[in-house]
Design a protein around this ligand. Structure first.
Ligand SMILES: Nc1ncnc2c1ncn2[C@@H]1O[C@H](COP(=O)(O)OP(=O)(O)O)[C@@H](O)[C@H]1O
Ligand SMILES: [Mg+2]
Length: 470
């Protein structure tokens, strides 16, 4: 990346420096030529003025001599050409004027005759070298006397031009060095935030999800950095939740294993004892078989509750009954629990404000109410009372199961909905509890789009309320 930016910017710098130096040399050469031209034109005009003055004073002008004199003075070749094109004086070829061809058709001479001033730059037919010529007409009272021409060897202009090229090359070189240093610095500035972003992305790819990219460039890179920050936060959260869920699952599996092992160990222990001869005593045999039966029943309930939980958690769609009659369902449960209710001499009262129907799985609704009513009976003292009320308010259906039993201590209240949590494990076990009942209640209430609330006071009683949407 940095390499590419550097290559690109340095190529651009070199190209633009090359173009500008070429242009500047060209422009300088042009203006140098123009300057030389006007210099030569000045000379022509000066010479013409001098000759005009001499003519005014009635002096005879020897153009050959004049050419030599002026040439010596201005250090350039001076030529005089008569209106007919004949060369009448030349500082270089003083003696052999007669041999010189007619100059009437030379560009600068024609220009001077037609417009007063003419110029041309070409190889001199006489001298061979490249020359810059400027010629000016010498007029006297409207009559063309002659054309004065001054010539300068162009090589001399080029000599100055070379100096110019050298100077501009030096300037360009210095410019290139500075520009390259600047591009290295700026390429670093541009690529550093990209480097930071890439490094964070790589860390995320390696599983280090929570990244914070600090890029303050105020452009798309900053936006990219912020997007990645946002994404990494969400990712880290999702992963945390996944890990939490995984931990809960693992803990549940460990708990299930432990809970299953206890009755199984006790069952196999008593069976072995019986096999070892304990069955000969009918009293002991009776006792052991009873214990085995109780443990087996507990095992069955446990497995049953675990199946219910896994069924609920599987998210499997169950038969949905449009109108579950709440009163009917609750009465069926109370009938089902009648043996326990009678055994403890508990009185159960039921109040149904209306015929209330709810939509959802009838089996699950009954499972939820069974767990609550069973708890109320189980954790009530003999002769206690359980009150079941169902009513509608605030667009919701309220289902309350209250008892006047032992109650739950405030410190236990937040935990009773956890799987396998029991306030008093031995008492729950004696009552045949698995510790899964309220976890199931909470889950089913959630499936119905509702929630469960609990209020309790030690020694006074407990009230569970399921609140469902109408
Ligand atoms: N009505 C209640 N009165 C007093 N304690 C209760 C009542 N309902 C539940 N609990 C307490 O909450 C614990 C968890 O209940 P639950 O999940 O149904 O498990 P369990 O199988 O033990 O009944 C119970 O062990 C008990 O300590
Ligand atoms: Mg229970």
């Amino acid at each position: 990346m940095k390499q590419k930016i550097l290559t690109l910017s340095i190529s651009l710098i070199l190209l633009s420096v090359a173009i500008t130096s070429w242009l500047s040399v060209q422009m300088n050469m042009n203006s140098l030529m123009q300057q030389k031209e006007s210099e030569l034109q000045n000379y022509c005009e000066l010479i013409n003025r001098a000759i005009t003055e001499d003519l005014d004073h009635g002096l005879t002008v020897d153009y050959g001599d004049y050419a030599g004199e002026f040439s010596a003075e201005i250090d350039q070749r001076v030529t005089f050409v008569a209106p007919d094109g004949k060369v009448i004086g030349d500082s270089l070829l003083r003696g052999s004027l007669a041999d010189m061809e007619n100059h009437g058709e030379r560009e600068e001479i024609r220009g001077a005759i037609e417009n007063g001033v003419g110029r041309s730059s070409r190889a001199s037919a006489t001298m061979g070298n490249q020359y810059l010529y400027v010629a000016a007409a010498l007029m006297d009272r409207g009559e063309l006397i002659c054309v004065t021409r001054v010539a300068m060897e162009i090589d001399r202009v080029h000599l100055i031009g070379d100096f110019l090229v050298e100077a501009s090359l030096k300037a360009a070189g210095a410019g290139i060095v500075i520009a390259i240093i600047l591009s290295i610095v700026f390429a670093g500035r541009i690529t550093r935030p990209i480097r930071i972003i890439v490094e964070s992305a790589e860390k995320m790819a390696r599983g280090d999800y929570r990244q914070h990219i600090e890029v303050r460039t105020g452009d798309e890179l900053q936006e990219l950095g912020e997007t990645i920050n946002d994404m990494s936060g969400k990712l880290a959260l999702a992963v945390e939740e996944m890990e939490k869920a995984e931990n809960i699952r693992r803990e549940f599996v460990a708990n299930v294993t432990h809970e299953l092992k206890t009755p199984l160990t006790s069952i196999s222990g008593f069976v072995e004892t019986l096999q070892d001869g304990a069955d000969e005593n009918p009293e002991i045999r009776r006792k052991f078989l009873d214990i085995i039966a109780v443990e087996a029943a507990r095992l069955k309930r446990l497995i049953n509750d675990i199946l219910v939980i896994s069924d609920i958690e599987s998210g499997r769609e169950v038969n949905v009954d449009r109108d579950v009659n709440v009163r009917e369902a609750v009465e069926e449960i109370v009938d089902f629990l009648q043996p326990q209710i009678e055994a403890k001499g508990i009185s159960v009262s039921m109040e149904f404000a209306y015929e209330i129907y709810i939509g959802g799985s009838r089996d699950r609704f009954k499972q939820m109410m069974l767990n609550l009513i069973e708890n109320a009976v189980k954790y009530s003292d003999a002769g206690g009372s359980v009150r079941i009320r169902v009513w509608k308010a605030e667009n919701r259906i309220w289902l309350e199961v209250a008892d006047d039993g032992q109650g739950i201590a405030p410190e236990d209240l937040p935990r009773i909905f956890e799987r396998f949590y029991r306030v008093d494990k031995s008492r729950s076990q004696k009552a045949g509890g698995t510790g899964l009942g309220l976890a199931i209640v909470k889950h089913i209430a959630g499936l119905f789009g509702g929630e469960v609330k609990v209020e309790s006071a030690l020694g006074e009683g407990t009230a569970f309320t399921v609140i469902l949407p109408e």
